[in-house]
Design a binder for this molecule. Sequence first.
Ligand SMILES: Cc1ncc(C[n+]2csc(CCOP(=O)(O)OP(=O)(O)O)c2C)c(N)n1
Ligand SMILES: CC(=O)[C@@H](O)[C@H](O)COP(=O)(O)O
Ligand SMILES: [Mg+2]
Length: 626
Amino acid sequence: MTKTGHALLRTIDSPADLRRLPEGVLPQLAQELREYLITSVSRTGGHLAAGLGTVELTIALHYVFDTPEDRIVWDVGHQTYPHKILTGRRERMATLRKANGLSGFPKRSESPYDTFGVGHSSTSISAALGMAVAAKQAREARQVVAVIGDGALTAGMAFEALNNAGSMDADLLVILNDNDMSISPNVGALSSYLARILSGRAYTSVRSGSKTVLSTVRPVFQFAKRIEEHMKGIIMPGTLFEELGFNYIGPIDGHDLASLIPTLRNMRSLKGPRFLHVVTRKGKGYTPAEGDPCVYHGVTPFDPQTGKMETKASGKTYTQIFGEWLCDMAAADSRLIGITPAMREGSGLVEFSERFPDRYFDVGIAEQHALTFAAGLACEGLKPVVAIYSTFLQRGYDQVIHDISLQNLPVMLAIDRGGLVGADGPTHAGSFDLSFMRCLPHFVIMAASDENECRQMLYTAYQHDGPTAVRYPRGSGPGVAVERAMTALPIGKAEVRRHGTRVALLAFGSLLSAALGAGETLNATVVNMRFVKPLDEALLIRLARSHEFFVTIEENVVAGGAGSGVGELVGQLQLPVRVLNLGLPDSYIEHGSPAQMLADCGLDVSGIVRQVRGAMPELARASESA
Ligand SMILES: Cc1ncc(C[n+]2csc(CCOP(=O)(O)OP(=O)(O)O)c2C)c(N)n1
Ligand SMILES: CC(=O)[C@@H](O)[C@H](O)COP(=O)(O)O
Ligand SMILES: [Mg+2]
């Protein structure tokens, strides 16, 4: 804590307040902002290291640009807590990622300073270009800035935007926040290229992890020199970004306000596509986070003195079950290849990457590439397993259809974070995968209801000679024991878990526990459907002869979900049952606690009972008179 107790920071309720400060006090403000950030996130949890790395950049951007009139578009947005603190939300940081509280990402409805909703990476340049073109069309002198990280720059979408922007005269400034990190260390040829730029320019950096103090050619001088070169038409071997039509400046020290502010002022005065390369340190100013920016990328509440995080005493997560299975399967089958689009830790591939480095591929934030890369591997007889969050799978949908399903290739998708994810909110919820996967020919699709079944499904999928998907939720399940044996399930076979009368609750995946609880109250039959595709048609035909109602239950939108498949079958076969589909509504569920979010959607025990009785009042009357 600074001696002043954040005295400066407390005077800032908007960037206008910030812009009234003399430049000389901004380093003090940066110190206070960094301390405030650490203290606040130590209480709430959330994303920490990235925001620590953008403290000075955020101050400089709001100091130089006339926000919100000038637009700042952040990429991913996990690094925007300093931005939120400086734009009038300082006192609401205690509500971060809690129900009805601040979002963990920029959100247009939350603040005029949040110019574009983000959460998925690599969208900032496209959106900012749109805003810049709009400003030009309206003859508005507005400045538009996209702030993108070196990790986010590894996504194809970023280069689609650079390619387009570089050929236009839109007044757009792209700022690359280069900290040599994605969540884990950044990967790929682009990362190496950026390192070469840093080493090739008068710049020593922390990029190589060295303790070398940052030192740079004074950017103002450098800036003038480059203008002179351009003016003289001297064709210098420019950077990739210059070759793409951007006026490239950098690299400069992204923690040095004395460099940032004059450079941004200069770049603000220019027209056309401009590219500023800043170098920062992820976790800057907090020793535990500087030491391990990967661990401190996303944190649970922690002791700010020691950095020690709270750990929830819970069983193995589904992610851990997957990681264990992947290693066991790789040990048994040399054809297995493990692929992640930049989510090694989140998807549980750390052990696999260490034990099977030649069969592990982190392709960067490149979901589309990951999926078609897997298809290519499968063409040659290998067995690719793509570990991917449901929400990020959305980024590669055409590749799933065109490169995997259509060619009927044996690619296995391990879809993690299926269903609601809690604090990250709607940008990260896996609300749609059962809908967008179910309609694809050739795919076998399973949804795990507990940890042991998850492992069995993974093995079942891996053994299948065709495209498969196993979907499981974030976090841990009901805590059943997991047998390490490799047991395959019969494809397309469901499992009756409870016998009842009149109503059959057909549960897909993680909501089986809630269905069993509701089944007790309703005296209903409860089925663990296991397979979204193919459905257990024989069982459904049998149940239709002895039940009046099918109630499908899934943590996926109702629209086109697993339950829709049951309704389609009932219609096709004219089965004598009524169908009620329970699942996520046709709306986005705001962040909060997963249990509360499910309850709000009527997907806890009482909610299921209430909805069933509401749709079938004769049931309610019968159970009351019983
Ligand atoms: C499409 C997509 N894939 C994966 C992620 C998960 N993710 C969040 S932040 C991040 C790394 C971003 O690296 P960078 O852009 O360099 O930002 P930094 O954290 O280094 O500031 C990833 C992979 C995402 N948000 N969006
Ligand atoms: C910002 C981002 O997209 C990731 O950090 C994401 O928040 C990780 O989600 P999990 O916490 O579920 O791994
Ligand atoms: Mg980075």
